[in-house]
Ligand binder design. Structure first.
Ligand code: C2E
Ligand code: MG
Ligand code: MG
Length: 603
């Protein structure tokens, strides 16, 4: 029997050895495993970094206090901000102010309750561009449920929005003219009514129907009719303000909603503009076509509180306009019609007056404060008159406002300038009369960029010298748009024109302010002159104005002097020029010239 039984020992050692080896092996395996995990984690991290870096979506990470800690390159591209510029700041620096506040409330509620929010925000990028973005925000929480970070990602959806708008336009716009269609009109009119009610203002619904359109369509064919409608749409857009609504109801019916009116009568200004614009001939292909509109007007709130009632009443008024003989406007409410038709008549007659030379100028003398004779004036003011075929001589206050509103003042003012300068040249030639003529300029003329060129041309045509032409502008005109008024006045002054502020004292401007304008003359309003003898305040104001004007180097003309007492007071205070019925009413040039001739032969 073998005594040595090595096997168990060997197996024991072997087992032990094996046991030791497997322990090492196990720890090696564990090491390998955790190394693998580490590698995996690192790879994952690299992958996430790549995703973060290369994502087309802008990504922003903020900490628990919502301070920006990381942004990716897409974010930098979209917003224009680098991390250095905004790190540590609250993302509200990206906000544009256009996102409704409720959206932010919903956003934070959702983040708190669900840890997640998705929706549309309007932000502003670094260049100032405001854009819509589709945003997803998630709250990142640790194992205790405490929020540690927020991750926001977004894409710019400006283009999608624009496409949506195009689609909306297709469904809400009239395909022929591009104006709003009936459906959109209803929506917009209701919105406009809400704001008119809120702002306590009037609103006018103008229903416009083209006269004789059916005849044109039937005889010349639909393509011609279509062209005409397109042109009408364009002209309508040219007659209204941007905030007004212009829609095509269908066929040859259009609707204009004029917003934010101060009075119902203002609707007739818009209507008159439309009547005139649409009545001009239409050149379509080789045809010259004529049509005219009939306009029915309903006013909120007087003629209806809601869209349907206003539309119905505008429609009734429009039929009334058609009955009245087309090319006409009618209010739904009878009382408003009288004023509107009077205004319309006046505008038509003014156009005719221009064509038929029914205007004339009268001249009122201005004498020097220390004059020895009151025959030959220093200057005259040209004052327009309208010799109406039926009503005789019409004073300017009756038609200048309408001429201004209708834009006719441009042509009328032009005529006045030319006529007055021509007259002065004639007097100079004859060796009689004043050295200067003063012409009144209205606000529209002063705003017209062509005024300076026009004045220059006229002065040249009649060889007028420095300070022979004076332009009078009212205080309110000079104040209405000071910057551009100053530029225009400077240019006029460079031409050698004298500049006067008319009706001084009726507005709110201070002399100190007016001195910033390149003016030489102040015309003290006749309202002050009238009561100079009886009202201590008026006397004090006039005396102070004279003293102050002189200290600023301005000459003063007093208007409306009717009594010796007024004249004495003004002269005692050094008034430079005197104008008023006491010294002469406005008269035609021929009458004045006759008197001056007699005076010069008597010398
Ligand atoms: P204005 O420029 O202040 O003209 C003075 C007005 O006072 C004139 O009225 C004149 O006839 C009147 N007047 C003069 N002296 C006396 C007086 O002693 N007593 C009274 N009660 N009135 C006197 P008119 O001619 O009716 O002109 C009124 C306004 O019409 C002018 O006021 C001027 O603003 C405007 N106007 C006149 N002609 C033109 C023009 O050609 N173009 C423009 N844009 N406006 C004009
Ligand atoms: Mg004047
Ligand atoms: Mg005046």
């Amino acid at each position: 029997m073998p005594i040595f039984r090595p096997r168990p020992l060997l197996s024991l050692i072997g087992r032990r050895l094996r046991r030791n080896g497997s322990a090492r092996k196990r720890s090696e395996d564990a090491l390998a495993e955790s190394l693998g995990k580490l590698r995996e984690a690192r790879e994952a991290l690299q992958l996430y970094t790549k995703i973060f870096e290369h994502s087309g979506e802008a990504i922003m990470v903020t900490d628990r206090d919502n301070r920006i800690v990381a942004v990716n390159p897409a974010f930098v591209r979209h917003t224009g901000y680098s991390l250095e510029q905004i790190a540590g700041q609250n993302p509200r620096l990206l906000a544009s102010g256009r996102t409704p506040p409720e959206t932010y409330v919903a956003l934070w509620t959702a983040l708190q309750d669900k840890g997640y929010w998705q929706g549309e925000l309007w932000d502003r990028n670094r260049n100032g561009r405001i854009y819509p973005k589709w945003t997803t925000i998630s709250a990142i929480r640790d194992k205790h449920g405490t929020t540690t970070h927020f991750i926001a990602s977004f894409t710019d959806i400006s283009e999608r929005k624009a496409a949506e708008e195009r689609i909306e336009n297709l469904t809400h716009r009239d395909s022929l003219t591009g104006l709003f269609n009936r459906h959109n009109l209803e929506i917009r009119l209701s919105q406009a009514l809400l704001s008119a009610r809120r702002e306590d203002q009037f609103l006018a619904v103008l229903l416009i129907d083209l006269d004789r359109f059916k005849v044109i369509n039937d005889t010349l064919g639909h393509p011609v009719g279509d062209q005409l409608l397109i042109e009408v749409a364009q002209r309508l857009l040219g007659c209204v303000r941007e905030s007004d609504i212009v829609a095509r109801q269908g066929g040859d019916e259009f609707v204009v909603v004029a917003n934010t009116l101060d009075s119902p009568a203002m609707a007739s200004l818009v209507a008159a503009k439309i009547l005139h614009a649409l009545a001009q001939p239409y050149d379509i292909g080789t045809d010259r076509l004529h049509t005219s509109p009939s306009i029915g007007i309903a006013i909120f709130p007087g003629d209806g509180e809601d869209a349907a009632t206003l539309m119905k009443n505008a429609d009734a008024a429009m039929y009334h306009a058609k009955e009245q003989g087309r090319n006409n406007l009618q209010y739904f409410t009878a009382e408003l019609n009288a004023a509107a038709s009077e205004r319309l008549r006046l505008e038509r007659e003014l156009r005719l007056a221009l064509e038929q030379n029914q205007f004339e100028l009268h001249y009122q003398p201005q004498f020097a404060g220390d004059a020895s004779d009151f025959v030959r004036p220093q200057a005259v003011e040209a004052l327009i008159r309208w010799r109406h075929p039926q009503h005789g001589l019409v004073p300017p206050d009756r038609f200048i406002p309408v001429a201004e509103e209708s834009g006719l003042i441009e042509a009328i003012g032009d005529w006045v300038l030319d006529e007055a300068c021509c007259q002065l040249a004639e007097w100079k030639e004859a060796g009689i009369g004043p050295r200067r003529v003063a012409v009144n300029i209205s606000v529209h003329q002063l705003r017209n960029a062509g005024l300076v060129k026009r004045v220059g041309e006229i002065m040249q045509r009649y060889h007028l010298a420095q300070d022979e032409l004076e332009l009078e502008i009212t205080e309110s005109v000079a104040m209405s748009d000071p910057a551009s008024a100053i530029a225009q006045l400077d240019a006029l002054r460079r031409l050698g024109v004298m500049l006067a502020i008319d009706d001084f004292g009726t507005g709110y401007s201070s002399l100190a302010y007016l001195k910033r304008l390149p003016i030489q003359v102040l015309k003290l309003d006749r309202a002050f002159v009238r009561d100079i003898e009886t009202d201590e305040n008026d006397a004090a104001i006039s005396a102070a104005t004279l003293a102050l004007a002189h200290s600023l180097g301005l000459k003063v003309v007093a208007e409306g002097i009717e009594t010796e007492g007024q004249s004495r007071f003004l002269r005692a205070h050094g008034c430079d020029l005197l104008q008023g019925y006491l010294y002469g009413r406005p008269e035609p040039a021929a009458t004045l010239a006759a008197r001056w001739r007699v005076a010069s032969t008597n010398v």
